[in-house]
Design a protein around this ligand. Structure first.
Ligand code: PMP
Length: 433
């Protein structure tokens, strides 16, 4: 219609393209699990915005917190420490397993991984950073050097010492056997052998997500992280855990690394901690803090330890604990997963269902025998779902089949999960008939 034509004409004229195609939908309001367009049409948000709106859009208590702090204590000189910042550091310290106890706060995921990488380099005195081949840790120059799933092309040399480690992709791994079992240990031996050959003897850290989300919702096999953390220790490397998407309850535990019985050396949180506002944290041990400080660590960005966003983080964690969000994520996640498994029985194009809690993925194939990727089918289903009122993201690596990421806010109701599944069913039915 004329209004939307004028809107997109103006957007195309003035907004610089950043390589992200514009959605054809114009959202004018977002509340809870739902988005609304100008005509009042409702769309279920199974992406939690950009994976950040953990408690749904405009959660009333988050709104109250923003209102209070934006009117009373918004932003100060970076060395002026305020109550919400100290409270958030204390609260995180209480939630984190020992010896993780000290934190600081910044804005975005890229910034948190950038800082974590710098800390690992300072603490170890080394400079090589290992990351998974399906990793996403941000797109600034340092974090982007550890991101292998997107944005690497044509920008010249990356950070020196960036090494890649094959991501465990059970569904397509050559180490998956005919009986369906997955010999990730042999795959890992092979991967470490490659790292040890490539390394110039300056290994500083392995940066990783506990579920490789943007890389296709790859969950790590049982025992994988334990073994990986031993291999890192043997080489004097730190583990940087990036829980931008998985942290703060989404997977059914406060932090997803807790599913694996390991404790990282540095933890980066972002997206979910701010519930849609720009807040990130970096947490570590007293020993690493001291090593970094002694080596001259400086992190002084404009919004370091801002009170407004720290107050939001406090409120988010308070709600997550008080309302037993981990349990809700487990229960609603199981409901979503069961529904997806039913759809898989009905539609052979769904080759795989994977994920944890309310971070689920389905991979689309175009041939049940060869498991050839079905990216076009995935795109068609996703477009149809959007037309029917469900927004879900497709996260793709080359050679994958179009992986749907289904990650509604953890405040999603059982009825909304059923509604989303129903829409997906209709969309698959429409595209395949
Ligand atoms: N780490 C992970 C795991 C992410 O998913 C993202 C964002 N997709 C980032 C880091 C980067 O965060 P930001 O876009 O806020 O810089």
């Amino acid at each position: 219609n004329n209004t939307s034509d004028a809107f997109f004409a103006k957007a195309e004229k003035h907004l610089m393209s950043t390589g992200v195609p514009m959605s054809p939908v114009i959202i004018t309001k977002a509340k809870g699990t739902r988005l609304y367009d100008a005509e009042g049409r409702s769309i279920l948000d199974f992406t939690s915005g950009q994976m950040s709106s953990l408690l749904g859009h405009s959660h009333p208590e988050i709104v109250e917190t923003v209102k209070k702090y934006v009117s009373e204590l918004d932003h100060l000189l970076s060395n002026m420490v305020t109550q919400p910042v100290v409270d958030l550091a204390e609260r995180l310290g209480r939630l984190l397993p020992a010896p993780l106890e000290k934190s600081f706060f910044l804005n975005t995921g890229s910034e948190s991984t950038e800082a974590a990488i710098k800390m690992a380099k300072l603490f170890t005195g080394n400079f090589e950073i290992v990351a998974f081949s399906a990793s996403y840790h941000g797109l600034t120059q340092g974090s982007g050097a550890a991101t292998y799933s997107a944005g690497r092309k044509n920008a010249g040399p990356t950070m020196p010492g960036s090494l890649v480690f094959p991501a465990p992709y059970a569904y397509r791994s050559p180490f998956r056997k005919a009986d369906g079992s997955y010999d990730w240990e042999t795959e890992m031996d092979f991967a470490w052998a490659m790292i040890d050959r490539q390394s110039v003897g300056s290994l500083a850290a392995f940066i990783m997500e506990p579920i490789l989300s943007t890389g296709g919702i790859l969950d790590l096999p049982k025992g994988y992280l334990k073994r990986l953390s031993i291999e890192c220790k043997n080489r004097g490397m730190l583990i940087i855990m990036d829980e931008a998407q998985t942290g703060v309850g989404r997977t059914g535990k406060m932090f997803a690394f807790e599913h694996h019985g390991i404790v990282p050396d540095i933890l980066a949180l972002s997206k979910t901690l701010g519930c849609g506002l720009p807040l990130a944290s970096v947490s570590t041990t007293v020993e690493i803090e001291k090593g970094c400080t002694d080596a001259g660590f400086l992190w002084l960005t404009t919004h370091l330890n801002d009170p407004l966003t720290a107050a939001v983080g406090n409120k988010a964690l308070e709600i997550v604990e008080r309302d037993n969000v981990c349990q809700a994520a487990t229960e609603r996640g199981q409901q979503l997963r069961n529904g997806l498994l039913k759809l898989q029985e009905k539609y052979w194009v769904i080759g795989d269902v994977r994920g944890l809690g309310l971070l689920q993925g389905i991979e689309i194939i175009s041939d049940p025998n060869t498991k050839a990727p079905g990216a076009d089918i995935g795109a068609a289903v996703s477009d149809k779902a959007m037309a029917l009122g469900l927004s879900c993201n497709i996260v793709n690596l080359p050679g994958m089949g179009g992986v749907f990421r289904l990650a509604p806010p953890v405040t999603v109701t059982a009825e909304e999960i059923d509604e989303g599944l129903q829409i997906l069913d209709e969309a698959f039915n429409h595209v395949l008939s």
